[in-house]
Design a protein around this ligand. Structure first.
Ligand SMILES: [Zn+2]
Length: 399
């Protein structure tokens, strides 16, 4: 049996440890034996590098990125950010893009190489593309199953009620293998909050799947939708299985309203995903965490029709989230790291996450004193291990 040993791993508490892996899980974590003169055969000496659990990419779009394809100049909206117009740009761009399978693989390998070994990808379903994207990404997921765990969200990119036939297609996508049902701005896109959420939560209940809704709607309108989502989650007993992605409204409202929303989200077990977007107010990470809300991170768009940024590095994302949140103290930097690791694992419901005996040996080794320094320095040199085997190095997939 292959039983990898890793020597001199620095844990987040600063101690040095030797790690033993059996059947892909940590079977022993012991104080470093300092036996560098006569290491066990085949042992890997991490030489004091910090070992962090593999990062969690909580929100990405594997079907729509142009990463590795030709550069596509960003097209601005005519009159401020408009989801409908952006979707139209996306449709135009996708017609000229490299095959989806190739683009998805480019993006996946980038993520694995940077240390994400679990991800949630939204995949477009609408009346125009039907189930084509879902079928392609399901096949890509199968090819990469040894490298990364991927959850797929059936995502109504063109709305549900606005795109007749989409509700049935979403149901088909869940039958094909998507593990979650998505949604998109029930108010501003479909102009029918109840109708939109009836379909989303109806399908979630019917198929026993989780929910992850894109919500860009701001201010009191967005807050109303957040309250509706939380109420339905609680009523259906779906605590821990529902997430709201973006939830910009939480960044627009007063401290009092935020406190009430945080309390409701925590009580109903609805998680919030943020990517710390460039020019939008976004959910206040520290206040929500303090209220007990699971706040997790994602790259969202990587070089696609929505924006040109994104590098598939969740440590860099933690840096952006910390920077935009005004995090300076160690405990705050630690929180930024948590958003892309433990909180992500909790939001995605991952089993066996962490550096602990019995946990899956999915980890990243890099040069940093501790997690706060890793968030600030974002060391690009790193080794990525999946079930104790090397799968990535310095931003590239290995093997
Ligand atoms: Zn998204």
């Amino acid at each position: 049996m292959h039983q990898p040993h890793f020597l001199n791993a620095k844990l987040t508490d600063g101690s040095l440890a030797d790690l033993t892996v059996s059947d892909g899980r940590f079977s022993a974590i012991t104080p470093a034996a300092n036996n560098s003169d006569s290491p066990p055969t085949g042992a890997i000496d991490l030489a004091g590098q910090l070992v962090l659990p593999a990062f969690v990419e909580g929100h990405i779009h594997l079907d729509t990125s142009f990463y590795g394809d030709a550069w596509r100049p960003h097209m601005p909206c005519t009159n401020g950010f408009d989801v409908r117009e952006r979707v139209a740009f996306q449709m135009q761009n996708l017609e000229q893009a490299a095959p989806m399978e190739e683009r998805a693989k480019n993006q996946l390998e980038l993520c694995v190489g940077n240390g994400s070994l679990a991800m949630r990808s939204h995949v477009m379903v609408d009346a125009a593309v039907g189930l084509k994207h879902v079928e392609t990404i399901l096949a890509v997921r199968e090819k990469y199953r040894e490298a990364i765990d991927i959850q797929l969200v059936a995502f109504p990119q063109s709305g549900i009620l606005s795109s007749p036939g989409t509700a049935e297609l979403l149901d088909e996508a869940l039958k094909l293998g998507c593990g979650l049902i998505g949604g998109l701005d029930p108010a501003s896109f479909d102009r029918d909050v109840k109708g939109h959420l009836d379909v989303v939560f109806g399908l979630a209940e019917k198929r026993g799947v989780g929910v992850d809704i894109h919500l860009h709607d701001g201010g009191m309108l967005g807050l109303f939708e957040i309250e509706e989502i939380a109420a339905r989650t609680a009523a259906l007993g779906m605590q821990g299985k529902v997430a709201i992605s973006h939830a910009y409204a939480l960044g627009h409202i007063s401290a009092d309203a935020l406190a009430r929303a945080g309390e409701m989200l925590a009580a109903s077990g609805v998680a919030v995903m943020t990517n710390a977007p460039g020019n939008d107010p976004f959910p206040p990470v520290a206040a929500l965490r303090k209220a007990g809300v699971t706040v997790f991170g994602g790259s969202d768009n990587i070089r696609d029709s929505w924006w040109p940024y994104g590098d598939g590095d969740m440590l860099n994302r933690a840096n952006m989230i910390g920077y935009r949140s005004g995090f300076y103290e160690d405990w705050e930097l630690e929180a930024a790291y948590d958003v892309v690791s433990r909180a992500g694992a909790k939001a995605l419901g991952l089993e066996g996450y962490g550096i602990a005996v019995g946990a899956k040996a999915d980890f990243v080794a890099l040069k940093a004193e501790h997690a706060p320094e890793a968030v600030v320095a974002v060391p690009k040199q790193r080794a990525v291990y999946r079930r104790g085997r090397l799968v990535g190095r310095d931003g590239r997939m290995a093997g």
